[in-house]
Every structure is written in structure tokens, then in C-alpha cells.
Ligand binder design. Structure first.
Ligand code: GLY
Length: 403
């Protein structure tokens, strides 16, 4: 009996030891390997997870993955603002691998959101269509995608009023907001800038430049952090409220909002070559990278001013977005600054690619990353996988690899 117990005890010790060794190995792995290897491994894992996800809903033509909350998958139809991210992941992974299965699924899931091109009820058309159809067009040149994107750009433009000089983001909360514009709206300008080039109609660029210029003035504080929501008075066209919706407080720095701004002003510079946008992106980057509450691994807490830091949740989606934006921004600045941005992006990628953030294949509802925050004040999608975290993560991997 005593021998049996001792044997069992030794077995348990042995399994625990091997477990600790494996955990350590996989956690430190991404720190010790060459970044190229980290990225290739991360892309391979992403392909496996994304194919499993695509297979899961292959026979449900209206369904797009959304999240995995309390062990349950959540999905949406084309109308949710995130509908285009999963097709976008499939496009990027197809672009990298040339895998025909990925191409088939990228086309199939992209087609599911075609009706978003008629959406005029909010500003999210850019997210939906540019990540899906935009990547599809860029990679395959399929001219049928052109029409969808142009129709979507026209729908989005209906939300622009010349008197205000901005696209109206949302139509709800009318008792508080007359003409709400959220920082996220910067991201939808990429579709319009594309539309201007594709159609030759400068109105789309005019809208983008006007929106970005007013955002620069009214969303940004002197330290280059930004408000989430700025609502404009429809009579004076001046801000009447500067608030938050998904952040900790009106005066706080909601992390993903800061990331949307960094990303948005970076592509505004790419597309217009106007130095003011490059300066703005660099100043936002400086604010973020020097923030005392930015963790050493550069994956932010969900809000830089969240009250319980360091016990607050991290937001992998903000980390992935910042990484992707910094990699692009590094190509527009001098070598010293570029090295600084790439060093940060390298750290972010290694962290996100580690077991701390990347799920095991077959787990996490087949999303790639864990630990993002949708909206903490609404207790919605807190510390869960989100399609946009996966999208900007895969984009960052590709940008780093191909830079
Ligand atoms: N409204 C988009 C976001 O949650 O970032």
C-alpha cells in the first residue's frame, strides 16, 4: 500500500514537473526565438484556428463569428460592426500561405456581408467592407468587389454633412448627443480614400480630410490623448459634449480609442502625404509609448486611467492595433524613431504570440487571441476573444514580416 501511494505521489510530481517545464518553455519561447520564427509559428497557428472556425459555420450562410463568452460562441449577421473582420483574417492568411482552402472560405465569408454596402444607419460600413472586400480586391483583383466597395462608400458618405464637416457616427442617445462622432470613425475613412482613387471622385477624399482635420482639433487634448465621443451642436457646428461611451470616464484615455486614432492618422498620412497627419500620429505614439500606465510588454489595460491598474483587464485588441499601426508608421519616420516603433511592435507581437494571449488550437472558440475588452462600462465582452483583435494581430504579423 505504502509503495503504491509513494508511486502515485512520484507520478503526480513527475506530471507537475513536466507541466511546469512545458509551460515555461512555451511562455519563454516567444522571447527567445528570432522574431521571424515567432511570426511564422504564429501565422501557422492562426491558419489552423481560422480553418476550424470557417469549417464550423460553412453551412450557415448568414453567420459570422463574433466572440466566445463563458464557454459559448456568439455570432452575428452582416449588420454587426465586426462582420468584416473574420473574412479579413481569412484574406490575410490566404495572402501569406496561398492555401486554396483559405481562399475558398475568404470568398464565402466575404460574400456573406455584401448587404452591408447599403447600410446608412451608422458609420461602421468602412470596418465591415474594407477589411473584407477591400482585402479581397487588393489580393485577387476581382472587379465584382469594386462595386460593393463603391456602393458602401456612397452609403457611408450619406452620413456626412458639409455644414458639420464630419461623418455622424451614431444615431442613438439623441437626448444627449446632437451629432456624435467617435474616434473609431477615423478607421472608416480608409474606405473613402480608396473610393476617391478608384472612382476619380474627389468628394470621398474631401470628406475624409475634413473629418480627420476636425477630429484632430476637437477630439484631442493637449497631451495627444483623445476623447471617445465628441458631439457637435447642429446649429453652431461646434462641440457641445466631449465624453466617453466605452471608456472609464469622460476624461480618461480609453485604450482602443487611442489606438484607433494612431492607426487612422497613420493611413491619413499614407494616402494624402499631408505632414500634419504624420505629426499627429507621431504625437499619439509618443503619448502611448511614454504613458506611465503602459505595461512593459506594451499590451495596454483596457483604459489607461482604469482605477484598479494593475488589476484591470488588458485589451489585446488595443495592443494588436497599436502594433500594426506602429509598423506602418515606422516606414514614414527617421531610423531612430523607426527602430523605437519596431522594438515596441516586436515586444507586442512576442507577447500576443505567447501562451499568455494565443489560445491553443481547438480552444477559445477557435479565435486566435484571448483577453480583449469590448465595453467594460456595459460589462459586455470583457476579457474575451474578439474578431478585431485577431484581425489587427494577423495584420501586424504580416506587416512585420513583409516590411
Ligand atoms: N466601437 C468600436 C469599438 O469597440 O472599438
Amino acid at each position: 500500500m505504502e509503495i503504491k501511494i509513494r508511486g502515485l505521489f512520484q507520478k503526480v510530481l513527475c506530471v507537475a514537473f513536466i507541466g511546469i517545464l512545458t509551460l515555461n518553455a512555451s511562455c519563454t519561447n516567444t522571447k527567445e526565438k528570432e522574431i521571424e520564427q515567432v511570426i511564422n509559428d504564429a501565422l501557422n497557428k492562426s491558419v489552423k484556428q481560422s480553418l476550424l472556425m470557417a469549417e464550423k459555420y460553412a453551412d450557415q450562410p448568414l453567420v459570422l463569428p463574433r466572440s466566445f463568452v463563458d464557454g459559448e460562441m456568439t455570432t452575428s449577421d452582416y449588420g454587426w460592426w465586426c462582420s468584416g473582420f473574420f473574412p479579413g483574417v481569412l484574406w490575410y492568411l490566404y495572402e501569406d500561405s496561398g492555401d486554396e482552402e483559405l481562399l475558398k472560405y475568404a470568398q464565402q465569408y466575404t460574400q456573406r456581408i455584401e448587404d452591408a454596402k447599403y447600410m446608412t444607419s451608422n458609420h461602421d460600413v468602412g470596418f465591415m467592407l474594407y477589411c473584407s472586400y477591400g482585402n479581397g480586391l487588393r489580393i485577387t483583383g476581382d472587379s465584382a468587389y469594386n462595386e460593393v466597395l463603391l456602393t458602401g462608400a456612397k452609403s457611408l458618405s450619406t452620413r456626412y454633412r458639409e455644414k458639420m464637416g464630419l461623418i455622424k457616427s451614431w444615431d442613438f442617445n439623441e437626448k444627449i448627443w446632437q451629432y456624435p462622432v467617435i474616434i473609431d470613425n477615423m478607421m472608416n475613412l480608409e474606405l473613402l480614400l480608396w473610393a476617391s482613387k478608384a472612382s476619380g471622385d474627389s468628394i470621398f477624399k474631401h470628406i475624409s480630410v475634413s473629418h480627420a482635420d476636425k477630429t484632430m482639433v476637437n477630439h484631442y487634448r493637449p497631451d495627444y490623448s483623445c476623447f471617445h465621443v465628441v458631439s457637435y451642436d447642429t446649429v453652431t457646428a461646434k462641440p457641445h459634449a466631449q465624453q466617453t461611451f466605452q471608456g472609464y470616464s469622460d476624461e480618461s484615455s480609453w485604450s482602443r480609442g487611442q489606438a484607433w486614432g494612431l492607426y487612422g492618422f497613420t493611413f491619413m498620412f499614407r494616402e494624402t502625404k499631408e505632414k500634419r497627419y504624420l505629426d499627429q500620429a507621431n504625437r499619439i505614439a509618443s503619448y502611448l509609448l511614454n504613458h506611465p500606465n503602459m505595461p512593459e510588454d506594451y499590451i495596454p489595460y483596457w483604459d489607461f486611467d482604469a482605477p484598479e491598474i494593475p488589476k484591470e483587464e488588458r485589451d489585446a485588441s488595443a495592443g494588436a492595433l497599436i502594433a500594426s499601426a506602429l509598423i506602418e508608421l515606422s516606414s514614414y519616420v527617421d531610423k531612430d524613431l523607426a527602430d523605437k516603433y519596431l522594438t515596441v511592435a516586436d515586444k507586442q507581437i512576442r507577447t500576443l504570440a505567447s501562451d499568455e494571449y494565443t489560445a491553443k488550437v481547438g480552444e477559445n472558440g477557435n479565435f486566435i487571441l484571448m483577453h480583449s475588452v469590448g465595453s467594460k462600462p456595459h460589462n459586455s465582452e470583457v476579457d474575451v476573444p474578439l474578431t478585431y483583435a485577431d484581425y489587427y494581430y494577423v495584420e501586424a504579423l504580416m506587416r512585420y514580416k513583409n516590411r
